[in-house]
Design a protein around this ligand. Sequence first.
Ligand SMILES: Cc1cc2nc3c(=O)[nH]c(=O)nc-3n(C[C@H](O)[C@H](O)[C@H](O)COP(=O)(O)OP(=O)(O)OC[C@H]3O[C@@H](n4cnc5c(N)ncnc54)[C@H](O)[C@@H]3O)c2cc1C
Length: 382
Amino acid sequence: MTYRSSWMTADLDIFRETFRRFLSTTLFPRSERWRADKMIDRDAWLALGEMGALCPDIPEEYGGLGGTFAHVAAVIEDLEHELPEMALPVAVHNAIVAQYIMHFGSHEQKQRWLPGLVTGQLVGAIAMTEPGGGSDLRALRTRAGREGNAYVLNGSKTFITNGQIADLIIVAATSDPEQGTRGISLLMLEAEGSDGFRRGRNLDKIGMHASDTSELFFDHTLVPAENLLGGEEGRGFYQMMEMLPKERLAIAVSAVAAMERMVQLTTDYVKDRKAFGKPILEFQNTAFALAERKSEALIARVFLDWCIEKAIMGDLDQVTASVAKYWTTDKQVETADACLQLHGGYGYMSEFEIARRFVDSRVQRIYGGTNEIMKVLIARSL
Ligand SMILES: Cc1cc2nc3c(=O)[nH]c(=O)nc-3n(C[C@H](O)[C@H](O)[C@H](O)COP(=O)(O)OP(=O)(O)OC[C@H]3O[C@@H](n4cnc5c(N)ncnc54)[C@H](O)[C@@H]3O)c2cc1C
């Protein structure tokens, strides 16, 4: 049975073949070091930029390839397949930061930041979550007061992906917490030389070891007024609401790619591993467990492809994206557990890919809006 995603094209086939080879030969050998350093190095970002894997959907006038969300999805899938530790950092950069600038930025803002994001000279991050809470974005506390030609940021953020290395950080802040959603704006913080901005600890996680996750602190940090995304105060909450569907779809893209990979690597393992004188695939329990996971991965894939088509056409709605994020990541975690079980004791050893995927998959149900919040959003549409 062969299945080909409806959004794939001959051009993308060529790009992906080269990209996968590059990942496995050039970047994969460095992944052990990134795990030890708890972050990906700048050279890797620059190498990805050179490959055309950063912001591939950005128009040529801003340095991109002029592709579509299909290119963004293809890059996430290939990373998830070949080098999963890079999928999250690059998804934040490509599918979130660049998208905000492209959608809401003025022509000057696009000219200023997009070319650097495409080459990897600028690494992007987005800082919404605060120590006091991430699910309820209306309640955020980081303050942005206007003083002359600048905004003054005070407050802190936590769990920020790429926080250790990012040069350009989208900071969600409020001019007045009493104003609720209407007080929130998005400020583009250029980290270099920014007085009062401090990166905190690179947080110690149970998985995703090569992806850095940080606290960020703002103590009277000045952000020039022209760095207000979109140029109009109080639009931040609506901008986030508009962009979150794509962010959630990006998470679903990596979830489905991970499911497919885990089914494949476990199938290879059980064909090879023997117990009671025969390959363990020949036990009905093993075969049924994998048959169930393969079915779910295929069903997830077909639904995901429909969502990707919608995103390409600019037609992806909040509820569909929430369904995709919640269901595929739940299934990813179940698949990781079932596949680890079929590896027996080796499945619990860090050197085995399935062990890492088991731990790494767990966070997918948490970030990008928890799966409970996804159900809240879906339930509102009932
Ligand atoms: C590895 C990692 C990377 C991350 N990267 C980023 C990043 O780059 N940028 C960023 O801004 N954030 C990032 N986050 C933060 C992430 O988005 C938040 O952790 C997430 O939104 C949940 O917020 P919280 O942790 O404050 O949990 P809380 O909001 O405190 O939620 C705790 C629990 O309560 C439940 N809950 C809350 N409200 C409701 C409700 N209304 N109904 C039912 N249940 C509810 C939640 O589902 C959850 O189970 C990252 C997190 C991790 C772990």
